[in-house]
Design a binder for this molecule. Structure first.
Ligand code: NAD
Length: 488
């Protein structure tokens, strides 16, 4: 049985009140680990350690030291990639192939930020000859990093790499449902020769996250998760006006025009909605199809859905695993029922698959709800499960209006062979990412984040590093002389 501990001030330790939480396999509900469950008291110890480390010699590290550190971490991720992928699939239920892809992306994220950090240099500004004026980037300070359960280590990497790379100290709090890979990652960091307190792991629930958001000793909170927690973090952050980054939910339209390559569009409609059983913030669960091809498109999806192989993520033939928790399972089934009650037509799924192997665990059939209209709850709210809701549209204007008519703005996709239309739609859609004739790709080099209620700030790309820095104007007068403004 895996047992996890907290990592505070360079020491592995139990929570002050010895709390533990059973970590459950989403595939069969068996207990796979006992994780340390921290409280506010542990969070305070971790914050104090991070504060001390930030105010100590860690400030003297050079960009070369930190770039080397990130590259070393990438090397350790590569070394333990199979072990980490195994833990991620065990804890989240996603297929091993998906977890392996995550680990490759995580190592790439650390290498990308290593390169970026190494290329940092302050700017010298134009100024009188006796003045040195420089614009400098400095670390923000102690960073509280709060991550969700769907991409546990990937989301952590997007925060840890730029935070450490910019010279900050870190307290990370993964979701208490999925702490296993962040715990193993911390074991990797513990192999390195970092000063105590630079990197701290506190596994626990909302109260630990709330302590990070409220503490006056934390200078920045970066959060990925739902709107409810995001709102409370934003309010808590006003105590010291700490910096915040929020990566929140999405309601992401996947818009298919009649002139699209339909073989590709049908195939990607499945990828968009069913990767990781739809538990992806950018999942393309809101399918919008042009009227003239709508019926044919739905028929083609209806043929494909029953062929999706649902199963344990460790089995080679599995294409879709379970959802992560009992709570999610119940919530998704409730959303499907709400859709049917509002008049949507259930084409496939909407229930636990039949068979003994699916009796235990949080299994759901891939689900298609057709004839959805933009005013229905299922067209507006995030479902976060393996459900496609399909709407019909008659014109480009109607598609655009309906797609933008959501509080969210994370990601959208457009399928068309008409480049002019593709360009018009890309510009007019109010989303942080717009894909044309594709779904889901992201790169460390490109920014990730949302418009509107999908969040504040961006991760990845140069801006993902800049968010972890303060800008300073350093002005040095080499030849001070009395000005005489107020006389001698
Ligand atoms: P959640 O909001 O319940 O929890 C996220 C994290 O916040 C967890 O670590 C949790 O313990 C912590 N937390 C909960 N309440 C808190 C509070 N009051 N103060 C501080 N911390 C608190 O989200 P979840 O269910 O773990 O994740 C699913 C959500 O995350 C979905 O809405 C999804 O769209 C979103 N998400 C967004 C992105 C993105 O890049 N925009 C990526 C992944 C997931």
């Amino acid at each position: 049985m895996i047992q996890t501990q907290l990592y505070i001030d360079g020491q592995w330790q139990s929570p002050v009140d010895h709390g533990t939480r059973a970590i459950v396999s989403p595939a069969d509900e068996s207990v796979i680990a006992q994780a340390a469950e921290a409280t506010r008291a542990d969070a305070r110890l971790a914050i104090a350690a991070a504060r001390k480390a930030f105010d100590g010699p860690w400030r003297q590290t050079t960009i070369r030291d930190r770039a080397r550190l990130l590259n070393k971490i990438a090397g350790l991720i590569d070394r333990d990639a199979e072990k980490l992928a195994h833990l991620e699939s065990l804890n989240t239920g996603k297929t091993l192939a998906e977890s392996r892809t995550d680990m490759g992306d995580i190592a790439a994220t650390f290498r990308y930020f290593a390169g970026l950090v190494a290329s940092e240099s302050g700017a010298v500004n134009e100024a009188p000859h006796h003045v040195i004026s420089r614009t400098l980037r400095e670390p923000v300070g102690v960073c509280g990093l709060i991550t969700p359960w769907n991409y546990p280590l990937l989301q952590a990497a997007w925060k840890i790499a730029p935070a450490l790379g910019a010279g900050n100290t870190v307290v990370i709090k993964p979701s208490n449902l999925t702490p296993l890979t962040t715990h193993h990652f911390t074991q990797l960091v513990a192999e390195l020769d970092l000063p105590p307190g630079v990197f701290n792991l506190v596994t626990g629930g909302a109260e630990v996250g709330a302590e990070l958001a409220e503490s006056l000793d934390v200078d920045l909170v970066s959060f990925t998760g739902g709107a409810f927690a995001g709102e409370s973090i934003m309010k808590a952050a006003t105590g010291n006006f700490k910096r915040i980054g929020l990566e929140l939910g999405g309601k992401n339209p996947n818009i298919v025009f009649a002139d699209a390559d339909l073989d590709a569009a049908v195939d990607y409609a499945l990828n968009a909605a069913f990767f990781h059983a739809g538990q992806v913030c950018s999942a393309g669960s809101r399918l919008m199809v042009e009227d003239s091809i709508y019926d044919a498109f739905i028929s083609r999806l209806a043929e494909r859905l029953p062929r999706i192989v649902i199963g344990n993520g460790f089995h080679g033939e599995t294409q879709m695993g379970p959802v992560q928790s009992a709570q999610q399972h119940e919530k998704i089934l409730g959303m499907v029922q709400a859709g049917i009650a509002e008049g949507a037509r259930l084409v496939h799924g909407g229930k636990r698959p039949a068979g003994d192997v699916y009796k235990k665990g949080y299994w759901l059939e891939p689900t298609l709800l057709a004839d959805v209209t933009a005013d229905m709850k299922i067209a507006k709210e995030e479902i976060f499960g393996p459900v496609i809701t399909a709407e019909r549209f008659r014109s480009e204007e109607e598609a655009l209006r309906a797609a933008n008519d959501t509080p969210y703005g994370l990601a959208a996709a457009v399928w068309t062979r008409d480049l002019d239309k593709a360009n018009r739609m890309s510009r007019a859609l109010r989303f942080g990412t717009v894909w044309v004739n594709d779904y889901h790709p992201y790169f460390p080099e490109a920014p990730w984040g949302g418009y509107k209620a999908s969040g504040i700030g961006r991760e990845l790309a140069r801006i993902g590093l800049d968010e972890y820095t303060e800008l300073k104007h350093s002005y040095i007068n080499l030849a001070p002389k009395a000005m005489g403004w107020f006389g001698a």
